[in-house]
Design a binder for this molecule. Structure first.
Ligand code: GLU
Length: 347
């Protein structure tokens, strides 16, 4: 090749790469562990493996296709199975996301997380992130070492959604299995299958078709920028426990919560939050001790309606685990039952 043509082509190539590097959206991946960072002993093992084994840079290196979409870099927040996630870590995560999104040079954040409690962390960020830039959770159901591992495609799709300007202002999202879910509504519905994240009543925000996000709906519930909750300078979240309702459920679970001086109790109630005579006695005793109690439903769907004859406040359509997240967050700013009930109706 003529030397001049060679130099011209080389300069064009270099200037194009510089141009695309500076114009690509900048997405930061915050890794917390889970199956997406998990390894198993063989390619067919999909349970009983070790989660939280692989570091964030290895995750990023495994999906070079992300470079076509965004400038991606990573930070390791934790490397644990999400059954070991704590309120201290989710508080730190929320603060780090707020710090990153306040920067002009960050366009969105992707968080990798174990699927088991992903919906709790995602909902906490939905309540406490002070930005309309995209925040996208992703995960995997199969460890990285399995045949047809789902983590790489889920990560690529999560980055694709986070890099899409149309993803702004939709609240925190959960992207797995080609679906875009709202953190307010989706939850893990199956212990082992890939299509586990669902919101039976509300569906999805959208889908990803051949690498392109296609949004279909928006959520009405208050989130992110419109949320009144601000935990950016908070050191500790209040303690809230969940007590399950079932035949013969004993009153002494409430005595234990009261003697541990918890700040709140979620009752994972039968049906529409109905209470046995024993749990009713326990809830009334907890309320007398100044503890806020929320009645939710263990059924997984539907709304627990306000019933003046029953003790406690109600969780609206939040599952017990997410009701716990909202009560912890609400208690950072008020103990007023009317205001807390208002938050449960609107967030
Ligand atoms: N129990 C692990 C966790 O929640 C693995 C589940 C998963 O990530 O799919 O992190």
């Amino acid at each position: 090749m003529n030397i001049r043509i060679f130099i011209a082509v080389a300069l064009l190539f270099i200037s194009q790469s510089i141009f695309s590097a500076t114009t690509q959206p900048h997405i930061v991946i915050l890794a917390t562990g889970g199956t997406i960072a998990g390894t198993a002993a063989n390619t067919t093992q999909t349970s009983g493996y070790k989660s939280g084994e692989i570091g964030v840079q290895t995750l990023i290196n495994a999906v070079p296709e992300m470079k076509n979409i965004a400038r991606v870099d990573g930070q390791q927040i934790a490397n644990i199975g999400s059954e070991n996630m704590t309120s201290d870590i989710i508080l730190k995560l929320s603060q780090q996301v707020n710090t990153l999104l306040a920067r002009d040079d960050v366009d969105g954040v992707v968080i990798t997380h174990g699927t088991d409690t992903l919906d709790e962390t995602a909902y906490f960020l939905n309540l406490t992130v002070k930005s309309d830039k995209p925040v996208v959770f992703t995960a995997a159901m199969r460890p990285a070492t399995a045949i047809s591992a789902d983590g790489a495609m889920n990560l690529l799709e999560a980055v694709t959604v986070a890099a899409d300007p149309n993803a702004r202002g939709r609240g925190v999202m959960v992207v797995l299995n080609d679906r875009i879910g709202s953190a307010r509504f989706v939850t893990k519905t199956n212990a082992t299958t890939l299509d586990t994240f669902k919101a039976t009543e509300q569906g999805y925000l959208g889908i990803i078709v051949n690498g392109t996000p296609q949004f279909e709906t928006r959520v009405e519930k208050v989130h992110t920028l419109r949320s009144v909750f601000d935990v950016r300078n908070l050191r500790k979240l209040p303690e809230v426990v969940i007590i399950y309702g079932y035949q013969d459920d004993p009153e002494y679970m409430y005595d234990a919560a009261i003697s541990h001086h918890v700040d709140g109790i979620i009752y994972a109630g039968t049906g529409a939050g109905s209470v046995s005579v024993r749990s009713e006695a326990g809830i009334r005793k907890a309320e007398e001790a100044g503890i806020i109690v929320i009645r939710s439903s263990r059924t997984g769907n539907g709304v627990v309606p306000v019933d003046k004859g029953q003790p406690g406040l109600v969780a609206d359509s939040l599952n017990p685990a997410k009701a716990r997240i909202l009560l912890m967050t609400a208690l950072t700013q008020t103990k007023n039952p009317e205001l807390i009930q208002y938050y449960f109706r609107t967030y």
